[in-house]
Write a protein that binds this ligand. Structure first.
Ligand code: HEC
Ligand code: HEC
Ligand code: HEC
Ligand code: HEC
Ligand code: HEC
Length: 470
């Protein structure tokens, strides 16, 4: 549906003059003001918006944007990296803070980033604690370019935000009704992927680190006007404000969901957990497809080898997975059961819920066929993996993520035992979870983390009769 709607919209934009390819060198020609210094009180806390925008507030309050400075993993990883850089005589500064709490970054609020810990947060203003909040996003006037950090030469906290935190809140309502809390102004760029680029596109010393915007650029999605917002801020009809307080508020067909669902969920007790899970499940329905790449036999004989080939195709708007691809787990699980016995499996978990990947089973003997779609980062010493290497100091990576509309064939081969009878039941699932459990155990600041959900994106099942070979 949104493809058609969006396409029409984009055509109209072209007719009236499109902002889509805005060039930053043209910033000065833009009439909107650009603020250069900030204080905390320039931003209102999200709770100030709650009474008039209860739906937007509810959706946002369970989002990862609202959790960005609450994640215990963030605190322990940022401390670990700060320590690593200090040990090398370098400074990491506000590198981790700039995208996770832009208000803290802009106001230079965190005095000692190197020792910033989760117990310190309560002494800071809510605008800082709330990560990426309403008034930050709705003061944006111009696109941020891609964020290119150079830790090698200590150029790390360099994100460019262009804001005007005056009385105006910008958005994509063309004819907003007035209220006595803020002025409202239509801003066409809020509907474009470039709006998300500054935080969702990071290079490190010239290498792609978290490249969601770049992955999306140049694809058929971009050509069709399917932006980040089309999939991550799905439209719905309703009222943009509380109808009781604003009886004159018009019914609008084009409001935008603010749950910002992806794959990640809060690791600790947080808000709106159920609706986040539902939003993730709904998003993941359109993430990928899985099919048999070659026909299965009508029957199998004892001792016969089954060659299984499975085609996995990405249908999301960027690589699958995207962003923090080094810590995601997207994998194929295959289970074959003959006459009640499991005769083959891959992609299963151990007692601690971990996959047998190289972190857990370095010699690869437990699950030699394990297929994971992800990146693995390597440091200058040649070490690899989440324990050793972090995104701000990798020199090389391997990449098995699926590009946009890209497919991969995964092969499995196993034999039917001589004594099996009945049927061979095959179950193949494409599974996804935000993080490997060992990583949370080892780097989660000792927190009792909530169980990590595993989402099934696609499933294939097949029953093949076993014919006895005599
Ligand atoms: C006193 C009530 C009130 C409060 C408080 C309030 N708003 Fe609004 N806001 C409104 C009304 C009314 C509209 C117009 C709705 C419409 O026309 O459908 C609006 C519209 C908006 C728009 C759309 C602007 C456009 O033209 O696209 C944004 C964005 C917005 N508000 C953000 C915020 C944020 C962020 C906060 C908190 C810092 C906030 N509002 C607090 C009443 C309020
Ligand atoms: C065609 C729909 C579509 C578009 C367009 C799209 N996404 Fe996604 N996005 C998805 C789906 C489906 C998922 C879940 C599967 C996955 O992780 O790729 C997802 C996941 C994500 C995740 C978290 C998942 C991860 O793998 O870590 C982030 C962050 C994200 N998208 C950001 C963006 C940004 C930024 C843009 C614009 C540059 C964008 N998306 C454009 C559909 C889309
Ligand atoms: C990450 C940035 C971001 C955050 C955080 C955010 N918004 Fe938005 N908001 C947007 C964008 C982008 C749009 C327009 C989307 C489009 O048109 O495609 C929007 C649209 C709106 C609108 C216009 C009506 C609609 O639904 O389109 C209102 C009102 C609004 N937001 C209020 C809020 C409030 C209140 C909060 C906090 C509780 C909030 N926003 C948090 C980015 C953000
Ligand atoms: C100020 C920086 C910033 C901006 C602007 C921003 N994001 Fe994010 N976004 C983040 C950070 C940081 C996280 C991760 C928070 C966490 O998990 O701790 C995130 C998380 C997400 C996630 C969830 C990822 C997951 O793994 O589930 C989605 C989806 C997402 N953003 C989409 C968007 C879209 C769409 C836009 C543009 C409309 C946008 N973001 C703008 C910083 C930003
Ligand atoms: C350029 C902006 C940017 C910077 C700088 C940044 N992050 Fe993030 N971070 C993001 C975005 C965007 C996401 C969500 C991406 C996704 O889900 O794929 C994220 C997600 C995360 C997550 C949650 C991901 C998960 O796997 O559940 C953690 C933890 C995190 N970042 C830690 C850090 C640390 C530590 C640093 C500094 C060493 C840092 N970030 C620097 C933008 C940034």
């Amino acid at each position: 549906m949104y493809y058609i709607k969006k396409f029409l919209l984009i055509v109209i934009f072209f007719l009236v003059g499109c902002e889509h390819t805005q060039d930053l060198t043209r910033l000065e020609e833009q009439k909107l003001p650009i603020q250069t210094s900030f204080k905390i009180t320039d931003f209102e806390p999200a709770t100030d918006c709650k009474s008039c925008h209860p739906v937007h507030y509810k959706e946002w309050s369970g989002s990862m944007h609202a959790y960005a400075l609450k994640d215990p993993l963030w605190f322990s990883l940022q401390k670990k990296e700060q320590a690593h850089f200090s040990a090398e005589g370098k400074e990491l500064g506000q590198f981790c803070i700039m995208c996770h709490s832009p208000v803290a970054f802009l106001t230079d609020a965190i005095e000692e980033p190197s020792s910033f810990s989760i117990s310190d947060t309560s002494k800071y203003a809510p605008q800082i604690q709330e990560g990426i909040g309403c008034s930050f996003c709705h003061s944006t006037t111009h696109f941020s370019p891609t964020t290119d950090a150079y830790p090698a030469i200590e150029e790390t906290d360099i994100i460019e935000f262009y804001l005007n935190t005056g009385d105006v809140k910008y958005g994509t309502i063309r004819n907003p009704i007035s209220n006595n809390f803020h002025e409202s102004e239509y801003h066409p760029d809020y509907d474009n992927s470039e709006y998300c680029r500054g935080c969702h596109n990071l290079t490190i010393d010239g290498q792609g680190a978290e490249m969601t915007f770049t992955e999306w650029s140049g694809t058929a999605f971009e050509a069709m006007g399917v932006e980040c917002q089309s999939c991550h801020m799905a439209t719905y009809a309703g009222y943009a404000v509380d109808k009781d307080q604003f009886p004159e508020a018009p019914y609008r067909e084009n409001l935008h969901n603010h749950t910002f669902a992806g794959i990640d969920q809060a690791l600790t007790f947080f808000r709106e957990e159920e609706s986040q899970v539902t939003a993730i499940q709904n998003l993941l329905k359109s993430a990928a497809e899985m099919n048999f790449a070659s026909p299965l036999p009508d029957s199998l004989k004892n001792g016969e080898t089954l060659e299984l080939s499975v085609l996995v195709t990405n249908s999301s708007g960027h690589n699958l997975p995207t962003g923090t691809t080094f810590s995601r787990q997207l994998w194929v699980e295959v289970t074959a059961v003959a006459g009640g016995d499991t005769i083959y499996r891959s992609g299963n978990q151990n007692d601690e819920d971990d996959l047998y990947d190289f972190h857990i089973n370095p010699d690869g003997t437990e699950d030699p066929d394990l297929t994971l779609f992800r990146t693995v980062l390597y440091n200058a010493e040649g070490d690899s993996g989440l324990r050793q290497v972090a995104v701000e100091r990798f020199v090389r990576k391997t990449d098995t993520t699926l590009p946009v509309q890209g497919s991969r064939i995964v092969l499995y081969s196993f034999s039917v035992p001589d004594d099996s009878q009945g049927n061979l039941d095959l179950t193949i699932r494409l599974r996804f979870r935000a993080l490997p459990p060992f990583f949370v155990r080892e780097f989660g600041s000792g927190i009792e983390a909530l169980p990590l959900n595993i989402f099934n994106i696609a499933e294939l099942t097949e029953t093949i009769p076993i014919r006895s070979s005599q």
